[in-house]
Design a protein around this ligand. Sequence first.
Ligand SMILES: Nc1nc(=O)c2c([nH]1)NC[C@@H]1CN(c3ccc(C(=O)N[C@@H](CCC(=O)O)C(=O)O)cc3)C=[N+]21
Length: 350
Amino acid sequence: MASMIFTDCSTSTMSRLNHLNRLNGAFLPRPCVGKLSLPRTASGRGCTLSIRSSSSPSAIVINGKAEAKKIKDDIKIEVSRMKELIGVVPGLAVILVGENKESATYVRNKKKACEYVGIKSFELLLPEDSSEEEVLKSVSGFNDDPSVHGILVQLPLPSHIDEQNILNAVSIEKDVDGFHPLNIGRLAMRGREPLFVPCTPKGCIELLHRYNIVIKGKRAVVIGRSNIVGMPAALLLQREDATVSIIHSRTENPEEITREADILISAVGQPNMVRGSWIKPGAAVIDVGIKRVEDSSTARGYRLVGDICYEEASKVASAITPVPDGVGPMTIAMLLSNTFTSTKRFHNFQ
Ligand SMILES: Nc1nc(=O)c2c([nH]1)NC[C@@H]1CN(c3ccc(C(=O)N[C@@H](CCC(=O)O)C(=O)O)cc3)C=[N+]21
């Protein structure tokens, strides 16, 4: 195939889903490949098919950026109160291995967000060819540092490093990403509570709550089964009393399943994979996918595209997250929230 990026919403279902084989997570190291040659619609989102007439209602746009700002403003107040009362400043350590351009953007955004709320950020940039031992050593340094309350190892790691070994090494009390197997295990068990819930899935649920979208008793479908988004998102929805299905690369007729979903979360990283016809009228649609697609008409030379064919979906859904300014900013807000929760726990602060 010339390009793996579906910018026109036109490729067949099976070839779309086959990409789940390789693209099994929303957070992928892949650079954007394939040159755009297809005409784009006025909105620039690249969808060319209209599902309903122009008189059809359009979905509420779930403004993740605005909700994230509210959350950050609340955290900012609490952080300053903590500093005033007990003299403690929350600390978040970020370990970045290698020079992934997209990772660098996220790390920069996290740092800015920390500055905004008053969380001290510790950044460690390790060279691409760092050994596993070196990364483990820095993790254990932060584990032992009392001024650090949260540790985040930016994923993906270079392929010569065993991700599991690194994630296992993060102290569960500082695992603000919620990726430690013990935290995930607890998330999967009834009657158990993880110390932290992964930020992106938590941000998705938070958006549903903030927009008063009922989860209890509803049918929820998650596309993608990655450890960091799809799987924990499904677990969280189940904990909220939804009836949950997970769609993955081996799922037959995925669109028949998504059409039953009152709540649809897509976390694949495959631009425009989910068509308007996959969506149940009135459904709430959360788009976790975020990919750079080459676009010479923009100043940066690319634009960000989600898994959901937004233009089509927004005519069918009742509520939908945009990309950007949907789930992305919420991920960062949840990271700050987890870091503050961790600091409160360490210092027994209410
Ligand atoms: N250990 C680990 N934890 C993560 O949470 C983690 C990670 N590794 N690796 C990379 C992914 C990706 N991720 C994003 C966070 C914010 C935006 C975000 O703020 N996006 C903006 C746009 C940013 C831009 O302009 O590029 C938006 O959607 O509006 C996106 C993606 C967290 N990740």
